[in-house]
Design a binder for this molecule. Structure first.
Ligand SMILES: Nc1ncnc2c1ncn2[C@@H]1O[C@H](COP(=O)(O)OP(=O)(O)OP(=O)(O)O)[C@@H](O)[C@H]1O
Ligand SMILES: O=P(O)(O)OC[C@H]1O[C@](O)(CO)[C@@H](O)[C@@H]1O
Ligand SMILES: [Mg+2]
Length: 535
């Protein structure tokens, strides 16, 4: 990857009683003499009547809202929103929007609202989409020759910057795109070349860059910002965090997450109906979550039909006391059926043990995972005497013969149905609540760029929209903390075992020992997740 490693650009402002503002960069940090203009919203009847519509320069939002009497005020982020003075004249703005990484519900809503926000609030009419897909209906409407232009070099995402053509976006052209899943601009992984991207931004005269994407994308955005600052360009770089996995640090949650959790209910319901209807029915549902199990955890908590949730952060084991098989037997005996939700990144170490490990990566360097849902379903079926539709077992032949012996001894008939709705939960339009969220994120992004801020990600922190320095959202990912309250709530809800290994359980005879283990794990897992800590 040709990305330039971003330098530390954190602007720290300290105040009384341990107050710390982790401020975001501003164009005037390296272009001190830039002229300012009054915000056009001042003359807009809809906004000028709103009391305190403009955000005070001093407004900041605390990172932690749970505090103790003696605790310092702690880290704060700059509050998002419109400022009295802006650093761009409407006619001079040439904005561009790019979407990178995997799909997520709400991408089109964010694109739409950036376009409408720029146009309706600030009178900006020059907005480019990076990049045009050959089968994009907007392209076809407005650029009938686009197929020819695109035929060899069209890519979405960061690769789109290297293509010759872009698409003009206007409120009219994006009017109903929020009703569709995916992204009208296309997306891709890999191919980030900072210099080439910034050359392109410079050559086209772009001065506001809106980059929508996940953790990798935000790292790419940070590199672009650094290069722009090095070249002293008057260009605002704004990140809008997108991640179906909710794995971006600091922010309360990412857009599209609620929609994905909601859609996952349909798969879980189906698994439950199937499981209930057969003898010893087991429904296995695999959900997205490469490194973080938030979707699986929230889908489980929302459903109440799930008996066991497996996530990457919580290692589990199959055989022996406290293992998954023991729990399956117990649940089937008690209830006659059960539902298991498994996040795609769960149990990868177990799969690697029983299968030849595959160390493959995608174009962005993300680890390509083995199919835990299929693997788990096979292991359960082989463990018991299966009666259900047979999935191919050739991959597991070695373990099969050994396990089949025990399977016959068990004399337990099971009916297992495996449901994999992976892409169905992210390739849909966002729901009502995510649409509102996307709108506010997009508007915050626009206000920030117009006010001359740059090198930041917009994000909801404790229910308030803020501008967060890139470093803060890219330095580490957001993970489910298994020693935190939310995971404990899930364990109480499903009544599943904690899957501390049998060795750990034997050794940790006393509650004190268990407590020690918990503290050590907390240390190794990093900071608490905002989504959990907030509740
Ligand atoms: N460290 C990095 N420096 C520069 N660019 C990066 C970096 N990491 C990733 N990118 C670029 O960001 C883009 C998106 O990255 P990636 O495919 O990892 O998706 P993502 O933004 O993390 O979204 P998702 O949530 O779907 O994984 C790719 O074009 C990739 O090249
Ligand atoms: O198949 P794709 O497009 O690479 O996306 C799959 C990955 O994207 C994510 O949704 C986000 O990183 C992961 O949960 C998943 O592993
Ligand atoms: Mg990612």
């Amino acid at each position: 990857m040709a990305g330039i490693k971003p330098e530390c650009t954190l602007k720290i402002v300290k105040g009384e009683f341990g107050y710390v503002l982790e401020d975001v960069p501003h164009l005037t940090d390296y272009l001190p003499d830039l002229p300012t203009y009054s915000n056009p919203l001042q003359d807009n009847p809809a906004y000028s009547v709103v009391k305190q519509y403009f955000v005070d320069h001093d407004d900041t939002v605390p990172k932690k809202v749970v505090v103790q009497k003696e605790s310092p005020r702690g880290i704060h982020f700059r509050r998002a929103g419109p400022r009295q003075r802006v650093y761009f004249e409407s006619d001079d703005v040439l904005a561009c929007i790019v979407t990178c990484g995997g799909l997520c519900p709400g991408l089109n809503t964010v694109i739409r609202e950036i376009v409408c926000g720029l146009s309706y609030m600030y009178g900006v009419n020059h907005i480019l989409g990076i990049e045009v897909r050959t089968n994009c209906c907007i392209t076809k409407c407005f650029l009938p020759w686009a197929d020819i232009l695109n035929s060899k070099e069209a890519y979405g995402g960061y690769r789109g910057f290297y293509a010759r053509n872009t698409i003009q976006l206007s409120p009219k052209s994006v009017n109903d795109i929020h009703k569709r899943g995916g992204t009208i601009l296309g997306t891709s992984r890999g191919g980030h070349d900072t210099s080439k991207i910034v050359d392109n931004i410079q050559d086209r005269g772009i001065n506001q860059v809106y980059i929508i994407g996940g953790d990798g994308t935000q790292k790419g955005a940070a590199a672009i910002f650094e290069e722009i600052r090095r070249r002293c360009l008057k260009v605002s770089v704004v990140g809008i965090p997108k991640t179906i996995d909710n794995d971006i640090a600091i922010i309360d949650k990412s857009f599209g997450f609620d929609t994905a959790v909601e859609e996952a209910q349909r798969a879980i319901n189906a698994a439950h109906v199937e499981a209930e209807s057969g003898e010893n029915g087991i429904g296995v549902v695999k959900l997205m979550g490469r490194y973080s199990g938030f979707i699986a955890m929230y889908a489980t908590l929302a459903s109440r039909d799930v008996d066991c949730c497996l996530i990457p952060e919580s290692p589990f084991y199959l055989e022996g006391k406290g293992g998954l098989f023991e729990y399956i037997e117990k649940t089937l005996k008690e209830n006659g059926h059960m539902v298991i939700v498994v996040a795609e990144g769960a149990g990868q170490d177990l799969i690697a043990e029983s299968m030849k490990s595959m160390e493959h990566e995608d174009a962005s360097g993300n680890k390509l995972l083995l199919d835990v849902g299929l693997w788990l379903s096979q292991r359960i079926k082989v463990r018991y005497k299966f009666k259900s539709r047979t999935l191919p077992i050739y991959l597991f032949r070695i373990v099969h013969d050994v396990l089949d012996y025990f399977a016959r001894r068990q004399r337990m008939v099971i009916n297992l149905k495996y449901i994999d709705p992976t892409y169905m939960i992210r390739a849909i339009p966002s729901n009502a609540s995510d649409n509102v969220y996307c709108t506010l994120l997009a508007q915050s992004a626009v206000h920030g760029a117009m006010a001359g801020y740059t090198g930041f990600t917009v994000g909801l922190v404790n229910g308030r929209h803020t501008y967060i320095p890139f470093e803060r959202v890219t330095e580490q990912g957001n993970k489910v903390i298994i020693t935190d309250r939310m995971w404990a709530r899930l364990l109480s809800s499903t009544n599943q075992p904690s899957f501390l290994s049998s060795k750990d359980v034997e050794e940790a005879d006393s509650a004190d020992d268990l407590q020690k283990l918990t503290v050590d794990e907390t240390k190794s897992l990093g900071n608490g997740s905002p989504i959990e800590n907030a509740i």
